[in-house]
Design a protein around this ligand. Structure first.
Ligand code: G1P
Length: 287
């Protein structure tokens, strides 16, 4: 069965991005001229997802507005003859069906996914984290969906990082089964580099099955009072196959200020109208 629903956990405060994220949901901070979350939603839509389940919290309602139609804005653009913008706004307003679910307390990523799962029912779904912006075609989540379709198993996206960086990620231990695919035996959340079982870092793309949801429901809170998605996946991997795979595209950590700047410059240089001007400015600055 094709995957149709995707959960987007967007309830976090975005503390890594303060003060920018104080009054604006961090997911709406733009990379060039599009909010970061729009890139992520467009990736899911390109892979055949038709319903986006946003797991939100107070102060995040602008996210729903962004993907809704604004008849007032459309009428305004129409009256001014701004046809291209009007088309763009209509496309955005009908890009995806939006469902919102509230995460009432900040109890971790695993808890957020459990809230989203309630809006899915008894079928597999995708999870996409907004901080991980992946640019490229075919869509990264589509690669995970393919592997899920072939195996029926849950899937996580991974990427090789340096030993030093692994402390920021979930880390996968597994055996390679084909080029870019591993059968996962164990997962550890943010290990110390000396104790990490590999340099394969989990990037924020997942296919979650009902079995993983069941494991998450049984996963206790950790010492920080959170339910970790990594822990639910670890428990699931101990009982049944779970796969990790690499993905196509270029990944940016939009929650990290330096990586956010790299993404802005990279995408700015590729922008059909802005690229040339930005290139000239950078050349002048660096000359
Ligand atoms: C979360 C997950 C972690 C994963 C990361 C990917 O961590 O807990 O396993 O590697 O996303 O971006 P966070 O970045 O929210 O701390």
């Amino acid at each position: 069965m094709n995957l149709r629903r995707a959960v987007f956990p967007v309830a976090g405060f975005g503390t890594r991005f303060l003060p920018a994220s104080k009054a604006i949901p961090k997911e709406l901070i733009p990379l060039v001229d599009k909010p970061a979350v729009q890139y992520v939603v467009e990736e899911a839509v390109a892979a055949g997802i038709d319903t986006a389940i946003f797991v939100t919290a107070e102060g995040k309602s602008a996210l729903e507005d962004h993907f809704d139609r604004s008849l007032r804005l459309e009428a305004f653009l129409e009256a001014r003859g701004k046809v291209a913008l009007l088309e763009e706004m209509r496309r955005l307003g009908s890009l995806v069906e939006v469902v919102t679910v509230r995460q009432k307390e900040a109890l971790g990523l695993g808890h957020a996914v459990l809230q989203g799962a309630r809006a899915v029912g008894d079928e597999a779904f995708a999870v996409l984290l907004g901080d991980d912006v992946i640019i490229g075609h075919p869509p990264a989540i589509g690669r995970l969906a393919q592997l899920h379709a072939a195996t029926g198993a849950p899937v996580v996206a991974v990427m090789e990082v340096s030993r030093e960086e692994i402390r920021h990620y979930g880390c996968v231990a597994g055996e390679p089964v084909e080029e870019g695919v591993w059968r996962v035996h164990d997962l550890v959340e943010k290990p110390h580099p000396d104790e990490a079982p590999s340099n394969l870092a989990v990037i924020g793309r997942y296919i979650i099955t009902p079995q993983v949801v069941q494991e998450l429901k049984d996963t206790p809170f950790d010492r920080g009072g959170e339910i970790q998605l990594t822990e639910g996946l670890r428990r699931a991997a101990q009982r049944a196959p779970l796969y990790a795979c690499t993905f196509p595209g270029e990944r940016f950590d939009a929650g990290n200020k330096l990586d956010f700047l790299r993404a802005t410059v990279t995408l700015g240089l590729r922008h059909p109208e802005l690229g040339e001007g930005l290139r000239r400015h950078l050349e002048e600055l660096l000359a």
